[in-house]
Design a protein around this ligand. Structure first.
Ligand SMILES: Nc1ncnc2c1ncn2[C@@H]1O[C@H](COP(=O)(O)OP(=O)(O)OP(=O)(O)O)[C@@H](O)[C@H]1O
Ligand SMILES: [Mg+2]
Length: 388
């Protein structure tokens, strides 16, 4: 193929290869802000993901090819992410130093945190914030580690659809934070320009995890993303990421319980879960069914609580002030209220669409699934922010 493009890129595509469905969002840079010009959620054919592990990258390439054709996607800038369950994130307080020196220091530290030979992994780092530790000023850094094999498999999917070089290979847990930056600023009324430090290649920009504008508040906010297989728990203080953990209990566990109580197949249970949660929004409540769902949500809350307790003990923080909820499972009716009472903290549904102009033909479907689009939006935003 032969083609030209004059001027800077206009389009930015975020592709979230989640374990239950592929989500994509394409943003167009506009004078008044980024505009959502395409978005979708596509289920995988049978066998593409088994037990959360990607088994058939070729099928995913084929899906992306089909979506590109049908939705007229532009591959000017393409951002995707690796699942946080396949990465290691470490928070390292280090003495202040120049980038090159910092890189060596972090590589030196990495050995003790990485359970694989270092030559088999990709490392990346970001400066997060200056912190006080035992009376000494330290630079808090985030080290991200992913196995080369995993990175290669994702890069390969995009190479085979014609994307020679991804603009960034992010981590889903960090993309979520990026998607909710505007929402958090609106909620806390803090400053508006994000200033983020960048790590080096090849694991992506890791922007949106560092200091944001002139935020001086000490508010401790948790961003909890409940997907299909895993629940991501991020804790930020003053908009700086301080803690990130992934627990393997999520929407699929709810489906499993429905399957076993009602003797359904997994697919039947999944369909019923979604139908009933939609019906209960419309007022047709099946209380017995909701009780079954709520039992698993209480278990998920238990895992979140354990992570919060660990964070609080480790950081000597007495309180999490607020939880922002996202991910596909956030769509279950009243999950925010239930989690709030289980965790004794305010829980709000995150809105990753703040600041985006929407002009999609399928607007209702996009709004209905906003939380499920968090990762894809956070990814696509990298492209429009980078060019501002
Ligand atoms: N209306 C709904 N009611 C209840 N659950 C829903 C609804 N819509 C989607 N879900 C659930 O959300 C989950 C999918 O969410 P999401 O797309 O965020 O996960 P994923 O990215 O595929 O998974 P992971 O990140 O864990 O690999 C599934 O478990 C699905 O059943
Ligand atoms: Mg996901």
């Amino acid at each position: 193929m032969f083609g030209f493009r004059f001027g800077p890129p206009k389009f930015s595509l975020g592709v979230d290869i989640g374990s239950s469905a592929l989500k994509y969002v394409m943003l167009k840079k506009g004078k008044t802000g980024p505009e959502v010009v395409a978005a979708g959620i596509e289920a995988y054919p049978e066998g593409v993901f088994v037990d959360g592990i990607m088994q058939d990258p070729n099928a995913i390439s084929q899906m992306i090819k089909n979506i590109k054709k049908e939705q007229n996607l532009k591959f000017e800038q393409v951002f995707t992410s690796i699942a946080s369950q396949n990465t290691i994130l470490c928070f390292l307080p280090l003495p202040e130093m120049e980038d090159e020196e910092l890189k060596h220091a972090i590589e030196g530290e990495a050995e003790q945190y990485v359970p694989y030979p270092l030559e088999t992994v990709n490392l990346n780092f970001a400066r997060l914030a200056k912190v006080e530790q035992d009376g000494t000023s330290r630079l808090l850094c985030l080290l991200a580690v992913a196995q080369k094999e995993q990175v290669e498999s994702i890069v390969g999917i995009f190479r085979s659809v014609g994307v020679k070089q991804l603009d960034a290979l992010d981590i889903d847990s960090l993309a979520i934070i990026n998607s909710l930056e505007k929402f958090m600023k609106r909620k806390s009324g803090a400053g508006d320009e994000a200033i983020a430090e960048e790590g080096d290649e090849p694991m992506g920009t890791m922007s949106g995890v560092g200091p944001s504008g002139d935020i001086g508040d000490d508010e401790v906010v948790a961003i909890v993303c409940i997907g299909a297989r895993s629940t991501i728990i991020n804790v930020l203080k003053g908009h700086v990421l301080r803690f990130s953990r992934n627990v393997q209990i999520s929407g699929n566990n709810i489906t499993e319980v429905i399957r076993s109580v009602y003797k359904f197949t997994f697919t039947e249970a999944e369909t019923t879960k979604i139908e009933k949660s939609v019906a209960s929004v419309q007022g047709e409540v099946d209380q017995e069914f909701l009780d079954v769902v709520h039992t698993t949500i209480e278990e998920i809350a238990g895992e979140i609580r354990r992570s919060f307790d660990y964070f609080k003990a480790q950081h000597r923080e007495p309180l999490i002030h607020r939880v922002i909820l996202t991910g596909g499972t956030a769509k279950i009716k009243d999950i925010d209220k239930l989690l709030s009472s289980e965790l004794s903290v305010e829980v709000v549904l995150g809105d990753p669409s703040i600041g985006l102009i929407r002009s999609l033909p399928s607007e209702d479907a996009f709004i209905e699934n906003l939380q499920q689009y968090s990762v894809a939006i956070g990814l696509a935003l990298r492209g429009v922010e980078a060019n501002d």
